[in-house]
Unconditional design. Structure first.
Length: 496
């Protein structure tokens, strides 16, 4: 009975837990309850992935109302992999959250913090698992509204500005998205994604349809921080509490990418409509500009959090570059990088959060001598940073390798340019990563920094989960690349 309802429980478990945190989460109870629920959600996502690999796509109808009349939860290879990323990050970061939240959030707000955290978590899961377009918007709002609150809880007063900026731009993105969904409903009379794809056949020359495509792509591009719609991201990452930064950086933009993939290839079926190929062609130049603009700006940052934030903009460029190729190998590279970047960026921001707590700040100068004062933290940071560059043996190399192969297999000038861009942007990543490593390992600390101690074992536990996965999935790609291959073939309607 329970196993047949796992798809619903994936969302229901954290959703029910959120008000329980508010009512009963006094002291350590809020953290304990959140930890239990996130790890339970992780176990559910693992079970769903195993079921999908074994038996194919899972279709779960809510309340017994069959699709398209009722809301359907749908789990295929792509959604199962993204669910695993979200739950894995949210659960692995909880040991780090115990000390980080205690240092950064007033004690009387802890239960409210974990309530908002679980609601954000719920919204992210809901956007991935639902097969209903409007339901995706509802979960988007649940996730966004609670994320605005989480960002505003940052210790720096500029967190309020960052939250307001994200609120304005996030609302614009969500509005564009729901207008696009409304226009699709107007010409089809359905909101189920699979049903939408069937009813849109033969209507691709409609002006209403083209307007819907424009609204959807722009709205989701704003949510995933595609250049030049990224202005909300640097401040949100830099001034939010450390745990919030980890969750948003590792999963928030990745869920928006998931929705973009789902609408472009499942609903709109752009790959089968030559008239719609300019939609993905438009992503190509924006992805290239984002890769270089984000990397160049990151080089000049003096705060590690902002450096990593601009790095995320560049990394989103890699993902969109793979999507713009609209090929099997290109989508494999994009999907694998969604997962790999989530893992490596989670590790990097956990390390920066530990540095902020123990070294007194996230300025690059605060890292002076930390290679000796916090050897385990900086070692884990360095492993994740090498993944960011794409060093062989790390997860970053795997996804960039697929992107280069996808670019070269086109045999076109555009593909050759894309391959050169991937390599060149990776070389730029060496520069901003080296700035941090140089200060940490080759600069002597000041007198005030000489007493800095290593991070707690709870933080080390979270940190080494992520850094260990950067190596494990870099060496063994059966899970990530294997599932991504199946997901890409599903999106492109290629027989296995």
């Amino acid at each position: 009975m329970i196993f047949s309802n796992l798809a619903a429980l994936q969302v229901v478990v954290p959703l029910v837990g959120a008000p329980l945190c508010t009512l009963f989460g006094r002291g350590i109870l809020a953290w304990a309850l959140s930890t239990a629920l996130t790890w339970l959600a992780f176990a559910i996502s693992v079970s769903l992935l195993m079921q999908v690999l074994c038996c194919g796509t899972i279709n779960y109808v809510m309340g017994g109302w069959l699709a398209p009349w009722g809301i359907e939860y749908r789990v295929d290879h792509l959604s199962a992999l993204v669910l695993l990323l979200i739950t894995g990050v949210a659960s692995a970061v909880m040991p780090f959250a115990y000390q980080s939240v205690a240092r950064e959030i007033p004690r009387e707000k802890h239960r409210l913090f974990y309530t908002a955290y679980l609601l954000t978590f719920t919204g992210l899961l809901g956007m991935v698992i639902t097969g209903d377009a409007f339901n995706a918007f509802v979960f988007m709002e649940i996730s966004s509204l609670s994320a605005y609150v989480l960002i505003a809880l940052g210790k720096n007063r500029r967190a309020l500005y960052a939250s307001f900026q994200y609120l304005v731009l996030g609302t614009i993105g969500a509005t564009f998205f729901v207008i696009g969904v409304g226009l699709l409903y107007m010409i089809t009379g359905t909101l189920n994604m699979v049903d939408l794809s069937e009813r849109l056949s033969g209507q691709h020359d409609s002006r209403v349809f083209l307007a819907a495509v424009g609204f959807l792509v722009v709205g989701l591009s704003l949510k995933l921080a595609l250049f030049p719609l990224h202005l909300w991201l640097p401040n949100s990452y830099a001034y939010a509490p450390s745990v919030v930064t980890v969750l948003l950086a590792a999963t928030g933009t990745k869920v928006a990418v998931y929705l973009l993939l789902r609408f472009i290839f499942t609903v709109l079926q752009v790959h089968q409509q030559p008239d719609l190929l300019p939609v993905v062609d438009l992503l190509f130049p924006l992805a290239l500009i984002g890769m270089f603009a984000g990397s160049v700006v990151a080089i000049y940052q003096t705060d590690v959090k902002r450096l990593l934030a601009y790095s995320s903009i560049a990394q989103m460029g890699y993902i969109l570059l793979g999507i713009s190729m609209a090929s099997e190998r290109g989508l494999i590279g994009a999907i694998v990088h969604v997962f790999n970047h989530g893992v490596m960026k989670a590790g990097l921001f956990v390390a920066v959060g530990a540095i902020a707590v123990h070294a007194g700040g996230t300025s690059i100068q605060n890292l002076a001598g930390l290679g000796r004062r916090m050897p385990f933290t900086m070692a884990a940071f360095t492993i994740c940073a090498l993944s960011l560059i794409g060093i062989p043996g790390t997860v970053g190399f795997v996804s960039k390798w697929y992107l280069v192969l996808a670019a070269l297999e086109t045999g076109t000038t555009k593909g050759f340019m894309a391959a050169i861009a991937v390599v060149s942007a990776s070389l730029l990543a060496i520069i901003y990563v080296w700035r941090v490593v140089e200060v940490a390992y080759f600069t002597n600390p000041s007198d005030g920094e000489a007493s800095v101690a290593e991070a707690s074992w709870q933080t080390q536990f979270s940190l080494w989960i992520f850094s260990g996965l950067c190596v494990a999935f870099g060496v063994s790609t059966d899970l990530t690349a294997g599932v991504a291959l199946l997901a890409a073939r599903t999106l492109l309607d290629i027989a296995p």
